[in-house]
Design a protein around this ligand. Structure first.
Ligand code: ADP
Length: 194
């Protein structure tokens, strides 16, 4: 099974992707997590990406396209994978279409989590509060200014992907405002896991 999760920052993509990953025993490929690891390890990519990520803007398409293409070639992706946070621009979606075609793979579904924008800032604030309460490290882009930029980037560059995947017939929309278990249930239904 090969699935893409689409939705704005704070929509719950990561949480839902992890649940489906556990249910299907396929990896969740989060470009955000991969880039944060590269930043932490101070690799060449990490050094280039850090400032852009901290501001809330998007890292260049060539960097993420390459990271994803290489990751899909790894053994644990043989039975499928969940893409979380990629593609995020129309050129990335086009690149992914080519990458999959070259590897002879197809997509099972593109799942879009629909949420009210007003709820997103609130969710970001509770995620920060929870992280602090649990003694964790708050993401350097989880602050109001970078979050505004992330939302702006989403509206400008990522939202058009709904139309892109509606045209290919792969788009499935799920109500991301319901409680977490109800969202998981809707996703399982779309993927015919029950
Ligand atoms: P969010 O909670 O905003 O969905 P992510 O963890 O998915 O956060 O991404 C964090 C940051 O990593 C983004 O704001 C961006 O700078 C970078 N990033 C992640 N995925 C991509 C991508 N596909 N293209 C460009 N930049 C990306």
């Amino acid at each position: 099974m090969r699935v893409i999760f689409l939705g704005p920052p704070g929509a719950g993509k990561g949480t839902q992707a992890k649940r489906i990953m556990d249910a299907c025993a396929i990896p969740q490929l989060s470009t955000g997590d991969m880039l944060r690891s590269a930043v932490a390890a101070k690799t060449a990519v990490g050094v280039r990406a850090k400032e852009v990520m901290d501001s809330g803007a998007l890292v260049s398409d060539d960097i993420v396209n390459q990271i994803v293409s290489d990751r899909i070639d790894m053994d644990d992706c043989k039975s499928g994978f969940i893409l979380d946070g990629f593609p995020r621009t129309v050129p990335q979606a086009e690149a992914l279409t080519n990458i999959l075609r070259e590897k002879g793979l197809d997509l099972t579904a593109v799942i879009e989590l629909r949420v009210d924008e007003d709820a997103l800032v609130e969710r970001m604030r509770s995620r920060v509060a929870e992280t602090i309460a649990n003694g964790g490290v708050v993401r350097s882009d989880d602050n109001p200014e970078a979050f505004r930029t992330r939302l702006h980037e989403y509206r400008e560059k990522t939202a058009p992907l709904s139309e892109y995947y509606a045209k290919t017939g792969e788009l499935k929309t799920v109500d991301g405002m319901a409680d977490m278990d109800a969202v998981t249930a809707s996703i399982r239904k779309v993927l015919r896991l029950d």
